[in-house]
Design a protein around this ligand. Structure first.
Ligand SMILES: [Zn+2]
Length: 433
């Protein structure tokens, strides 16, 4: 069901008219209220009056994660603190977290967009949503929560952790929609199995999975193992939180970006040039309705491309392909670019292995060594050593065939890889440069 039929099915010209009007207003406002933006505009010899058409957005300088760090905590807020009603932060793996703020109207916009997203993902009034995204500084939990209430669904604010208790709740409360990270969902399914509960027999129709990139092969696994439709949701706290883009449950091929609130661009990560339609590159977002924390051309580091064809669901907002990796996740192994998601795709196509894996990169002399630890079932793990070695070789061969790099594969017993209640840790880089 389309939650906001008027805005989600606007013709292209109408979307662009809204975008231009809102973009101009946003730029005028940040230029007047945020010294950082004014300085950046002045240095690049651009002023708000230069933005006469949508293409003029290209003249606006980029905003990077580094800029956010340097303005920690409130330097990029565009309203006085007495108008900020909520603060979230994203944990940086390095350095300080990124702090973002919301006015009352921002929270209500977010709740509207998350209601649209949940609706696109198959939820409606009357559904019970089991929300296993973490509640707290992370935007996942509260983002889904407000959207679910706005939609009129019943939300169970279970958050991450307490996995056995979650399974009991699933069995007794009979939720119909699951929201969680895909890696935590697989852990939930494992624990359900150990408790003697068949996940497929639970009442879930859709699972709305996000906060980490996941592959098409992962979709096949999730859908066959869990007995639900797996829908990809995209968002990041810097831009808003979850609900920036979502797949429609009918098609599940590409995520609609809510273009009346965000302008997406795809750029060449090396040169910063906007790429021709359909080409793969780095995703960049400009928010055009946010009050407290507007972002102009924020470089997400996520890699994707736009799908130009109209979607069968009737929504007219452009689709982006599933994110295939991050520019900063990219491993360069002996000169070959390797994304963890590519390895994931190879692993998911091998029947004997489980979807729990970890990559480790190390350097011997000047040579990078990529090792993959991947779990197999108890049966396989206790098989003869010779059989295990054969399987290891087969996996290494598949990776070499697909990605062109040699890897070391180590099969490990079930539960060997530490489970995360949020985003999975896929890569351990031991190299020192
Ligand atoms: Zn669609």
């Amino acid at each position: 069901m389309i939650y906001n039929i008027e805005f989600e099915t606007l013709p292209r010209e109408a979307i662009e008219a809204i975008q231009l009007k809102r973009l101009q207003a946003t730029i005028e406002r940040v230029y007047a209220t945020v010294p950082f933006y004014r300085k950046k505009f002045d240095e690049n010899k651009v002023c708000p009056e230069d933005i006469k058409k949508l293409d003029d957005l290209r003249r606006v300088p980029f905003l990077t994660k580094q800029d956010l760090r340097e303005n920690y905590p409130y330097g990029l807020f565009a309203v006085p603190m007495d108008q900020v009603v909520r603060i979230h932060a994203s944990s940086g793996t390095t350095g300080k977290p990124t702090v973002v703020g919301y006015t009352k109207r921002d929270i209500s916009t977010w709740a509207e967009l998350m209601a649209r997203a949940l609706s696109a993902g198959g939820a409606s009034r009357g559904d019970i949503i089991h929300n296993a995204y973490g509640y707290g500084l992370f935007t996942g939990g509260l983002g889904v929560h407000y959207g679910a209430e706005n939609l009129g669904a019943s939300v169970i604010p279970v958050s991450g952790g307490n996995t056995q208790k979650q399974i009991t709740i699933m069995k007794d409360f009979k939720p119909t929609i699951l929201t969680a990270t895909p890696s935590y969902t697989l852990h939930l399914a494992d624990v359900a199995g150990e408790m003697g509960i068949d996940f497929k027999k639970l009442d879930f129709r859709s699972g709305i999975f996000g906060a980490e990139p996941w592959s098409e092969s992962m979709r096949t696994q999730l859908e066959s193992r869990l007995g639900l439709k797996a829908v990809d949701i995209y968002g990041l706290s810097e831009v808003m939180g979850p609900g920036v883009a979502i797949e429609c449950v009918e098609v599940r091929k590409g995520l609609h970006v809510f273009e009346d609130h965000f302008i997406p661009e795809i750029i060449d990560p090396e040169t910063g040039e906007v790429l021709p339609p359909g080409e793969t590159g780095e995703l960049v977002f400009t928010s055009i309705s946010k009050e407290a924390f507007p972002v102009l051309r924020y470089r997400t580091r996520d890699i994707t491309r736009f799908i130009q064809e109209p979607c069968l669901c009737g929504r007219t907002h452009i689709r982006m392909e599933k994110v295939s990796g991050r520019t900063d996740d990219m491993l360069i192994i002996r000169g070959v670019n390797v994304f963890p998601s590519q390895i994931e795709s190879v692993l998911m196509n091998i029947e004997e292995v489980k979807p729990h894996y970890q990559l480790e990169v190390d350097r011997k002399g000047s040579l990078d060594i990529l090792s993959i630890k991947v779990e197999v079932s108890e049966d396989i793990f206790s098989d003869e050593v010779r059989k295990l070695q054969t399987l290891e070789k087969r996996i290494a061969y598949s990776v070499k065939e697909t990605l062109g790099v040699s890897v070391r594969v180590q099969l490990v017993e079930p539960r060997y890889i530490e489970r995360s209640e949020g985003k999975a840790v896929r890569v351990i880089d031991k190299r020192t440069f």
